[in-house]
Structures are given as structure tokens and as C-alpha cells.
Ligand binder design. Structure first.
Ligand SMILES: Cc1cc2nc3c(=O)[nH]c(=O)nc-3n(C[C@H](O)[C@H](O)[C@H](O)COP(=O)(O)OP(=O)(O)OC[C@H]3O[C@@H](n4cnc5c(N)ncnc54)[C@H](O)[C@@H]3O)c2cc1C
Ligand code: SF4
Length: 472
């Protein structure tokens, strides 16, 4: 997530460990990374749309973090009004195309669908959403028009889903947004993190292009808060500031010698994979051990397998129910040949010639006091590569000035229901805020809510909290 440079197991192929590229043919790799959920055909879409009951106070809409009028867009598909359907979706969630591909619908809208009770099978809302929105991105159909310019300027720090959603809504409302992003490409984890088989065909970049096509959004890549910009400067120069900086740091395992060759951050490898022009050239370990229990663990495990790793094992310290990855995702990994071992925690990384070759684990259990404890029993797994996937964090060490003046909880930014921070004129959203869902869709909602709040703030001329105007 944080850098584009190749990580150790990618860059340095070690003959003594079995880490190499070319385990599978180009065709096999192309098959393994093909679209995870191929789009619906027109007749499939109509059949699925016909299954919708168009519920009053639809539970699916209530379960959607961005509040899309789901029966409304399905009704429009049914009547052949695809453009209107896409408008209904994108007016609530400008990343409705990406969310149709990556949302864990099985625990959101589709879990809430009343068809589950009657037939044990929900309306395929995610795929219908994709059916309605794909033509808009394929044909770059303009659906929105900016309001007359207000002359107000907002700095948006971070070009991921939260920042882009905020910038788009601000632009729509007539304000000018400047997006500051350290990387060369916008999109955040949509571009550098999401599993490649969920978003093939450069969809993340096409979606960014569509978002920017509204106008009124200036993009400054190569600009990092804490390095090239300070919060003080931004607050002085812009009418309002939005922080959507995500989680650029990675949690450690708390073991000695984590810097060993062969031990890597899953998010760094995934970023390299997502940017690779030819995935067949990526070196991959024969035996891969992944430590963690969330989406990142599942994604690195499945993608390692897809690149040709023979044995991929996810090891998680708690039981199946405790995993952040949904049951659907866990099963998906198993179907793709990944082994999952629960109730085990890493104790030691064992090396040969300075490179990891084995990991020692201790089995765990819940003690009577409710805490997770080691049982004293151990086992080892051979590993050519070990991936750390135990969560990300905000890199406050690079943002010391910002951390000092903001209210934080558990190292994330405290915001209210409008995504206002503790500082006047400063909003935040997405993964960097406390209490969120850490999903693309919730980041998009945060950006939207913040933009609406910023708009109200900018239009309230007597607002005592107004940040100084540019040039004043
Ligand atoms: C491997 C992985 C797989 C995932 N898969 C899914 C999935 O399938 N479905 C799903 O819904 N969610 C998934 N997620 C979660 C989802 O990607 C995030 O919740 C979402 O991207 C959060 O958006 P964001 O804008 O807050 O942060 P990000 O997407 O991280 O974007 C933050 C942006 O801020 C920039 N930035 C960082 N520091 C600074 C700075 N100092 N100054 C300026 N800019 C900065 C970053 O470069 C980045 O572009 C996944 C996450 C990971 C790590
Ligand atoms: S809950 Fe299911 S059936 Fe009811 S409106 Fe939503 S998609 Fe249609």
C-alpha cells in the first residue's frame, strides 16, 4: 500500500529458497486472474431484476452504507432505462462501479434482501449494479453537471475512495477541489490494493477518469502531507480541508527479525502485483505462509496461489468466527486451494543463511478471563515466503504535526456524524477515521457526507468556525 518499490521476495530471488517466477504459463495466469464475477448478460439481468419485490422501506437500501435506492435502480433496469438506473446508483455512490465489484454484498445489501427468507437466495444486487453502471464507464457517459462556481476552494488530502468521493461531490456543488496525492496514480487501494481478479481491465483508472471528468478538480500527485505539505499551510490557503489519507503503515508481528529476507508486507506485494504489466514474471514462493485473518490475508493467499504457489496456508490466531474476512471470502480462499489454520499464533521465524525457511507457531485458546492465550503446544510450517497481513495503521510518525493537534482514538481520527474533526474547517473520512468499516463503500460515504457538511459550512457566511480564505 505504501510504496511501489518491489518488496524483498519479489526483488531478490534466492536459489536456496524456492522463490521464482514462471511457475504457470501466461494462459494459466490469465485464467486465474480473470474477472471473479463475470458481468450478467441482458437476459440474466432481467430475470434477476424480476425477482425483486420492490419492498417498501427496502432493507437492502438500509443495509447499503451509501443508501443507494436499490429497488429504484432495479425497477429502472426492468423498464430498460439503464442510464436512469446508473444515475440512481452513482448519485449516492460515485464509485458504484467499483463497489459493484468489491463490496462484500453477502454481509451488506444481499444479506438483508428478503428473498433470502423465501428462497435462500438474494437478488444479485451487486451484479445488477454492475450491469447498470458498466455502460456509463465504458462509454464515459456524462450523468452529472456542476452547479455554478462558488469561488470556494477545498484541499482534499489523499486520492483514494474517500478523497475522490469528497472531491467529486464538492465539484458537483460548485466548489473547487484540489486533491493532493503522493503516488503517481489516483484511486488509493482501488488502484494498489484490491485483489486483481476483482477489478480487471484497468477499471480503477477508468473510474478515476470518469470522476475527474466532472471538472473543478485539480490534481497534485507527488504531494504528501507531512513531507511536501503541512496542515497549517493547507488550512491557511483553503476554505476547508478534508483528510482521506487511509492507512499507509503496516502492523508488525512483534517478533524479532521481521526484516528477514523472505518476510514481506502483504499490501506491498499486492501493490506490486496490481501494477505489474506481466504477472507471470512475478517471483512467487513454492510454500507461502500468510499471517492474518482479514481481507488482505485472503487476497494475498489467493493471489499467491493464482501465481502458482504450491502450498499456501493462512494462519489466524483466533477461530473462524473471529476472522474479519467474511465466511464467503474464507470459503472462496479454500475453493482456490488455500489452507486455513485457526487458533495459532507465530512465535519464531527460523532462518537458513539469513532467510526465513520455517515459522514456529503456538496454538492458542481463550482463557477463563476471556483473553487469548498460548497453550504451550507448538508446530512449524515450512515457508519460502511469509506474508504479514495483520492490519494497517495511519503512519502518524510521518504526520507528527497533524497528530499533535487532532483528537485521536486508537490512533485514528475522531469525527462526528458529519465527518467533522476536532479542528474547525477540517473534515476526515475513510480508513483513517475511528469507528469506520474499512471498506471502499464506507470510505465513499464518508467523503460524500464530509462534502455535504463542507458545503453547508461554506454557505453559512456567519459561521464562526470558518477557516481563513485563500489570500486573506
Ligand atoms: C489488500 C486489501 C484488499 C481490500 N479489499 C477490499 C474489498 O475487496 N472490498 C472492500 O470494500 N474493501 C476492501 N479493502 C478496503 C478498502 O480498500 C479501503 O477501505 C478503502 O480503500 C479506504 O479508502 P480511503 O480513501 O480511506 O483510503 P485509501 O484507499 O488507502 O486511500 C488513501 C490515499 O491517501 C494517500 N495518502 C496516504 N498518506 C498520505 C499523505 N501523507 N498525504 C497525502 N496523501 C496520502 C494514499 O496514497 C492513498 O491514495 C481492501 C483493503 C486492502 C488493504
Ligand atoms: S430487499 Fe431484495 S427484494 Fe426487497 S427491494 Fe431489496 S433487492 Fe428487492
Amino acid at each position: 500500500m505504501s510504496s511501489n518499490k518491489p518488496v524483498a521476495p519479489v526483488a531478490q530471488v534466492d536459489d536456496s529458497a524456492d522463490v521464482r517466477s514462471g511457475r504457470l504459463s501466461d494462459e494459466q495466469i490469465a485464467d486465474n486472474f480473470a474477472d471473479m464475477h463475470p458481468p450478467l448478460t441482458p437476459s440474466e439481468a432481467i430475470i434477476d431484476a424480476d425477482r425483486c419485490y420492490f419492498c417498501y422501506a427496502a432493507p437492502c437500501t438500509a443495509a447499503c452504507p451509501t443508501g443507494i435506492d436499490i429497488p429504484g435502480f432495479i425497477q429502472k433496469i426492468r423498464s430498460g432505462n439503464l442510464k436512469g438506473s446508473a444515475r440512481t446508483i452513482l448519485s449516492e455512490n460515485i464509485m458504484g462501479g467499483m463497489c459493484a465489484r468489491v463490496c462484500p454484498t453477502e454481509v451488506l445489501c444481499e444479506q438483508a434482501c428478503v428473498r433470502n427468507t423465501h428462497e435462500d437466495r438474494p437478488v444479485r444486487i451487486g451484479l445488477l449494479q454492475r450491469y447498470a453502471t458498466d455502460p456509463v464507464f465504458d462509454e464515459a457517459t456524462p450523468l452529472f453537471e456542476r452547479a455554478p462556481a462558488t469561488g470556494r476552494t477545498v484541499a482534499v488530502v489523499g486520492g483514494g475512495p474517500a478523497g475522490l468521493s469528497c472531491a467529486h461531490r464538492l465539484a458537483l456543488l460548485g466548489h473547487s477541489a484540489t486533491v493532493f496525492e503522493p503516488k503517481q496514480k489516483l484511486g488509493g487501494l482501488n488502484e494498489y490494493g484490491i485483489a486483481a481478479y476483482k477489478t480487471p481491465d484497468d477499471f480503477a483508472a477508468r473510474e478515476v477518469e470518469y470522476i475527474l471528468s466532472i471538472g473543478g478538480i485539480d490534481v497534485r500527485t507527488g504531494s504528501a502531507l507531512g513531507k511536501d505539505l503541512s496542515l497549517g499551510e493547507l488550512r491557511a490557503q483553503y476554505d476547508a480541508v478534508f483528510l482521506g489519507i487511509g492507512l499507509a503503515g503496516v502492523n508488525g508481528l512483534g517478533l524479532d527479525s521481521e526484516q528477514l529476507e523472505g518476510v514481506a508486507n502483504a499490501v506491498d506485494y499486492i501493490a506490486t502485483l496490481r501494477q505489474a504489466e506481466n504477472k507471470a514474471l512475478l517471483p512467487v514462493g513454492r510454500r507461502v505462509v500468510v499471517i492474518g485473518g482479514g481481507m488482505t490475508a485472503i487476497d494475498i493467499a489467493v493471489q499467491s496461489k493464482a501465481l502458482g504457489a504450491e502450498q499456501v496456508t493462512i494462519v489466524y490466531r483466533r477461530g473462524q468466527e473471529g476472522m474479519n474476512a467474511s465466511r464467503y471470502e474464507q470459503e472462496f480462499a479454500q475453493v482456490r486451494g488455500v489452507t486455513v489454520r485457526y487458533w495459532s499464533s507465530p512465535r519464531k521465524l527460523l532462518t537458513v543463511d539469513g532467510r526465513v525457511r520455517t515459522v514456529e507457531f503456538e496454538t492458542t485458546r481463550i482463557a477463563p478471563d476471556g483473553r487469548l492465550k498460548g497453550t504451550g503446544q507448538t508446530f512449524v510450517l515450512d515457508a519460502d515466503v511469509v506474508f504479514k497481513a495483520i492490519g494497517q495503521k495511519v503512519l502518524w510518525e510521518r504526520l507528527a504535526d497533524t497528530a499533535e493537534i487532532l483528537e485521536l482514538q486508537q490512533d485514528r481520527i475522531v469525527v462526528d456524524e458529519e465527518r467533522r474533526t476536532s479542528l474547525p474547517g477540517l473534515w476526515a473520512g475513510g480508513d483513517c477515521v475511528h469507528g469506520g468499516m474499512d471498506l471502499t463503500v464506507s470510505a465513499v460515504q464518508d467523503g460524500k457526507l464530509a462534502a455535504l457538511s463542507i458545503d453547508r459550512f461554506l454557505r453559512t457566511s456567519e459561521s464562526p468556525a470558518r477557516a481563513p480564505r485563500r489570500g486573506s
